[in-house]
Each structure stands twice: as structure tokens, then as C-alpha cells.
Design a protein around this ligand. Structure first.
Ligand code: ADP
Length: 357
């Protein structure tokens, strides 16, 4: 194992004889338990046994530059999102817990018929907590989180998207257990058309190869979570790969209430239970992200009420508390971002292809 700290100081430790998983686990402990982990550059297997480890195999023919980009920009080992951070969505939380978290923690129990899906799809309006759920899965399954937007594979990695997909799965395999979160999956897997560009066809094929590979290699602890706001654009081949398709709807009254309280918890406010209920009622049709914007806008109310000439000298403790009126004004500016026609489409798709909510 080489612990490479900015290329100047490296430690070597011989870990043998042991399986790849044990060696990787030992290497991870060695590298990640280091408090100055900002300095870590990666784990490299050296020595003659290393040539035979899966790790070597995983990264064979992978562009080192891509590995570096993935490890620095896409991989996140320090995710700490918990179930309590996500308001509402109780059905989804328990479905995810049962379908993917327990199996990742206890792969020995979840075999045969209980074998977990390797890919799940979260669909629904934007800003409803799909990314938060992905992070939460990674935290709770003690996994490394890889997050990428599929749109960036087609825009940022033009022509190289296919190689990037291969590199992403390869690096994730080296950091098992791992959760790969792919946002806007529709832009990658939209229905094939005659006009489909050759490069996007190749990208899609590579993606299917990788998912299918993950599904057949049972010992791998790799989970793919895809998210989309446009599920109707996924074709049959894409749907088949995501056995569990979970609808992430707009928050209900209780969830909106919970979210409002969470978001204002750290603020000085004079909101009563009745006020909260009124805001929760008025925000029907708002997504979690809309509610967040609403709270930000409302929180500007107390600041705006300060006389312009005193803004520089006023003591922060003298800024008045946030009030119901601030929210009433904020409602005039921040509107719901999802239309009822759009919502209807999700409901229809959920009835056809969703995992029973
Ligand atoms: P999506 O991936 O569905 O587009 P995100 O998970 O990125 O949405 O959510 C965007 C932001 O909206 C989050 O960072 C969070 O502040 C807020 N949010 C959305 N839904 C929820 C929720 N159910 N609970 C708590 N916060 C939420």
C-alpha cells in the first residue's frame, strides 16, 4: 500500500496474504483514518501480488487523468446526510432501507430471492430530495458516494463520455461499497431515435454494459441510483435495468410543515404553530427546493426593514425576528416551480411503472 501525501511522503505496508477485499479494507483504514486526509492522493497496490488483485484489473486501460477527475470531483467520502435531514417521504425511506441499505450492510443475508436490485430509479419533480436520498443511502450503507450528472457526460465529456462511464464504474469498484448517483439519467438513456447521434448511442451501450456487469457480479457492493425529472423519456431497455422505480412526489402538508420548521430552526423568529400551519397550507404545490427558496426570501424581510443608513452599524441582535408577514410577502415572489400538468404526468407514469406507493 502506498499512502501518497502530495507525492513527497509515502508509506508502504505489505498486506499479504489476504484477499483483495481485505487488502482494500486495510488500505482504506490506513489512508482514510488519517486525520490529514486532505492530503491523501489515493491507494495504490504494489508488489507482485498486486498484479493479480482485482484492483489492478479494474483500472486497467483506464485513463489516469479520468481517475484523478473522478476521485477529486465526483467522489465524496465525507457524506453525512441522515434520514432526519429529509422531510416526509416515509414510504420511500423505508422502501430504500429494505431494498438497498440492509443488503449492503448484510450481503450474507440478502441472497437468492432476497438479492437486492443493483439499480434504483428515483423519479419526480425537480427539487424534491432525490439527491438528498442518494447521499443518505451512501451515509447509511457506509459507502463511498459518486455523484455525476448524466448531462455532463454528454456536454463536458463530449466524445469521451463512454470512457468516462467506464472509468467511473472502475473507480467505484475500487472503493466498494459504493453508491453511484447519476442525475438527469434521461439525457443519457432517452428513447433511441433515428436521429440519435453515434456517440450517444455508444455512451448508452457502455452504460448498459456497466450496469449489467454490476448486476451479474454478485459479490460486488455497488449500487446505482439514477434520478430523473423526465421518466417518460426512458425506454423499455432503460426501465428494465432499474427494477425499483420510486416516485418522489412533492411534499405533503406534514412534510412541508416539518421542512419549514427545520429551515427556520436556526433563525431568530416569532412564528407560532398556527403561523407554520398557515405557511404550510399556502405552500401547497411547492417542492422542497421551492420551500427553501421561500424561506430564504422571507428571511430577507427583517434585513429589508432596517433603515438603509443603519445597516452598517446595527447590532445583529437588534435585527427583528422573522415573522409571518415576511412569508406572506415572500409568497408574492417565490412561486411553485412545478405545474399541475407536469405533476399529472408523474402520477400516470408512477401508476404504470412505479414501485407501489
Ligand atoms: P432533486 O435531486 O430532487 O432535484 P435535491 O435533493 O437536490 O432535489 O433537493 C434540493 C434542495 O431542496 C435540497 O438541498 C434541500 O435543501 C431541499 N429539499 C428538497 N426536498 C427536501 C426534503 N424532502 N427534505 C429536506 N430538504 C429538501
Amino acid at each position: 500500500i502506498t499512502k501518497d501525501t502530495q507525492g513527497t511522503n509515502s508509506q508502504k505496508k505489505y498486506v499479504s496474504p489476504c484477499s483483495f477485499t481485505n487488502a482494500l479494507e486495510a488500505a482504506r483504514k490506513e489512508v482514510y483514518s488519517n486525520p490529514s486526509s486532505n492530503e491523501r492522493k489515493g491507494i495504490t497496490f504494489i508488489g507482485k501480488d498486486a498484479q493479480h488483485t482485482n484492483l489492478e484489473g479494474y483500472l486497467k486501460n483506464i485513463d489516469p487523468k479520468m481517475i484523478e477527475v473522478i476521485e477529486s470531483e465526483i467522489m465524496d467520502t465525507g457524506i453525512t446526510t441522515n434520514w432526519d435531514d429529509i422531510a416526509g417521504l416515509n414510504f420511500v425511506k423505508s422502501a430504500i432501507q429494505e431494498a438497498v441499505i440492509w443488503p449492503m450492510l448484510r450481503p450474507d443475508i440478502f441472497t437468492g430471492l432476497r438479492r437486492p436490485p443493483k439499480g434504483i430509479l428515483l423519479f419526480g419533480p425537480p427539487g424534491t430530495g432525490k439527491t438528498l436520498l442518494g447521499k443518505c443511502v451512501a451515509t447509511n450503507s457506509k459507502s463511498t458516494f459518486f455523484s455525476i450528472s448524466a448531462a455532463s457526460l454528454t456536454s463536458k465529456w463530449i466524445g469521451d463520455g463512454e470512457k468516462m462511464v467506464r472509468a467511473l464504474f472502475a473507480v467505484a469498484r475500487c472503493h466498494q461499497p459504493a453508491v453511484i448517483f447519476i442525475d438527469e439519467i434521461d439525457s443519457l438513456l432517452s428513447q433511441r431515435s433515428d436521429t440519435e447521434h453515434e456517440s450517444s448511442r455508444r455512451l448508452k451501450t457502455e452504460f448498459f454494459i456497466q450496469i449489467d456487469g454490476a448486476s451479474t457480479a454478485q459479490e460486488e457492493r455497488l449500487l446505482l441510483i439514477a434520478a430523473t425529472n423526465r421518466p417518460q423519456e426512458l425506454d423499455e431497455a432503460a426501465r428494465r435495468r432499474f427494477v425499483k422505480r420510486l416516485y418522489i412526489p412533492l411534499p405533503e402538508f406534514e412534510a412541508r410543515l416539518e421542512l419549514l420548521k427545520k429551515l427556520t430552526a436556526g433563525e431568530k423568529h416569532s412564528l407560532t404553530e398556527e403561523n407554520y400551519e398557515r405557511i404550510a397550507n399556502l405552500s401547497q404545490g411547492y417542492s422542497g427546493a421551492d420551500i427553501r427558496s421561500l424561506c430564504s426570501e422571507a428571511s430577507m424581510g427583517p434585513v429589508r426593514s432596517i433603515q438603509i443608513h443603519s445597516i452598517e452599524d446595527i447590532n445583529s441582535t437588534d435585527v427583528r425576528p422573522l415573522m409571518l408577514e415576511d412569508f406572506e410577502k415572500a409568497f408574492l415572489r417565490v412561486k411553485s416551480s412545478v405545474s399541475s400538468e407536469e405533476l399529472n404526468q408523474y402520477v400516470i407514469w408512477n401508476e404504470k411503472f412505479g414501485f407501489g406507493c
